[in-house]
Design a binder for this molecule. Structure first.
Ligand code: ARG
Length: 457
């Protein structure tokens, strides 16, 4: 039976199944690097402050580095009875270097220790997520660059609405991701804070130097209030929110890709390397990657809700409820990183079926607004023009035609101001190129948009 770090006031130990319920080691071992980094900074500061001597600090730091090696060499025994990564490391340290290892926890508590680990973890991973978002944005720009002049139907209510540029459509996701990135970037100032030295809740009588550990750990700032330092999990909620919203954006894009790659739309073809088949239907090629990403937003949003609920009504300062902050964050980080990587691969290798898109915008009524605008140019009030075009569209539907097929005499029967130039006017490419308004789908505006986007990366 391993002796508990807190065993002094106990007459008996919890049974192993109770220990198992209490333990977090099977997931917080994920924090080994951060925990060792925090401990090395703490030991360094303790020696500088003469709270321990230099030789003791060296022994401790050397021991910690060896434990980290042992872990990666699969040579570190982790025990549920030692609860978590912090107590497992302390135990291993004392076994390795003797009782001097017990000096490491001077002027520190697991409460500020675990908060430090989580801040280090969140900071590192939010930076990595930002890089992955940026890399996806690059991939989007590349597609946009190639498809400024590829025309596709733009939808509202999933009904063909007006022709737009394929580049304009995909660039929408660039801007969503740009806002996501800005939210992640903004959150860093709240993540980049050192709680170390807050100790259990009230600070310590030992002459520690919190500014020094802040500096050693590369934190930009430190908590002003020791209670706040150990009780704050806002940055975890915020990170889960930012992850969830980014996942929502990926799920919207996924949904479009699923639709675009359907047999009905056939706007894009996903590469074999990012598709899967069916065990029964030999003809199938399924967009599983996009579906999985669309589905995974459920779990990240679940983690966000779960963290909010865990914190609701939680009194100060540390409560064991807070141990529940880890699995959700680790899973959300893992999920978004995987999703961003897969998404980038999936869209970079898909083929845009230009011919099919061309055919599509020639076989719909997405140029109906243009016809109304044409009539407006002939000085007909827009409301009246709308009514006329509505009638023409109805006639076309009944007679199996599109607006470009309507004979001129028939047009003239609605309004004799309609002339031969209407056919040029209604061509999808002209619908786009007449759009000059800032941020529109017109060629020049899209080129400008892409230029602005490139400057942001
Ligand atoms: N495993 C704990 C957690 O993840 C570490 C902090 C424990 N502190 C305590 N006083 N029991 O939150």
């Amino acid at each position: 039976m391993i002796k508990k770090a807190w065993g002094g006031r106990f007459e008996s130990n919890p049974e192993s199944w109770v220990d198992a319920f209490n333990a977090s080691i099977h997931f917080d071992k994920n924090l080994i690097d951060q925990d060792i980094q925090g401990s090395i900074a703490h030991a360094t500061m303790l020696a500088e402050q003469n709270i321990i001597n230099q030789h003791e600090a060296e022994q401790i730091i050397q021991g910690l580095k060896e434990i980290q090696q042992d872990y990666y060499n699969d040579n570190l025994e982790l025990s549920e009875s030692l609860e978590d990564i912090h107590l497992n490391i302390e135990h291993a340290l004392i076994q390795k270097i003797g009782q001097v290892g017990g000096k490491l926890h001077t002027g520190r508590s697991r409460n500020d220790q675990v908060a430090t680990d989580m801040h280090l973890y969140a900071k590192q991973h939010v930076h990595e997520i930002i890089e992955l978002v940026e890399s996806l944005q690059q991939a989007i720009i590349k597609i946009a660059d190639e498809h400024v002049d590829t025309i596709m139907p733009g939808y509202t209510h999933l009904q063909r609405a007006q022709p737009i540029s394929f580049a304009h459509h995909v660039m929408t996701y660039f801007w969503m991701l740009e806002r996501d990135k800005s939210r992640f970037n903004d959150s860093i100032k709240r993540i980049d804070m050192s709680p170390l030295g807050a100790t259990a809740l009230s600070g310590t009588t030992h002459p520690i130097d919190r500014h020094r550990t802040q500096e050693l750990l590369g934190f930009d700032n430190l908590y002003e209030n020791s209670l706040d330092a150990v009780s704050d999990r806002d940055y975890i909620v915020e990170t889960l929110h930012n992850i969830s919203l980014t996942m929502v954006h990926l799920s919207r894009f996924s949904e479009e890709i699923i639709f675009w790659s359907s047999s009905e739309a056939n706007f894009v073809t996903l590469s074999d390397s990012f598709s899967t088949g069916s065990s029964i239907m030999p003809q199938k090629k399924n967009p599983d990657m996009a579906e999985l990403i669309r589905g995974k937003v459920g779990r990240t949003t679940g983690h966000l809700m779960s963290m909010l609920m865990t914190l609701k009504g939680l009194p100060l300062a540390y409560n064991k409820d807070m141990q529940e902050d880890k699995e959700g964050l680790f899973d959300a980080v893992h999920t978004i990183k995987g999703s961003l990587r897969i998404f980038e691969g999936m869209i970079s290798t898909m083929t845009v079926n230009e011919e099919r898109l061309h055919e599509t915008v020639h076989q719909d009524f997405s140029n109906a607004t243009e016809l109304a605008d044409y009539l407006v140019e002939q000085n007909i009030p827009f409301r009246e023009a709308h009514e006329i075009v509505g009638k023409i569209v109805l006639w076309c539907i009944q007679n199996n035609k599109y607006l470009l097929d309507v004979p001129l005499e028939h047009y003239k029967s609605y309004n004799d101001k309609i002339d031969n130039n209407v056919y040029d006017y209604l061509k999808p490419e002209n619908c786009l190129n007449r759009r000059k308004s800032y941020g529109s789908t017109g060629q020049e505006a899209v080129y400008h948009q892409i230029k602005v986007a490139k400057q942001l990366l």
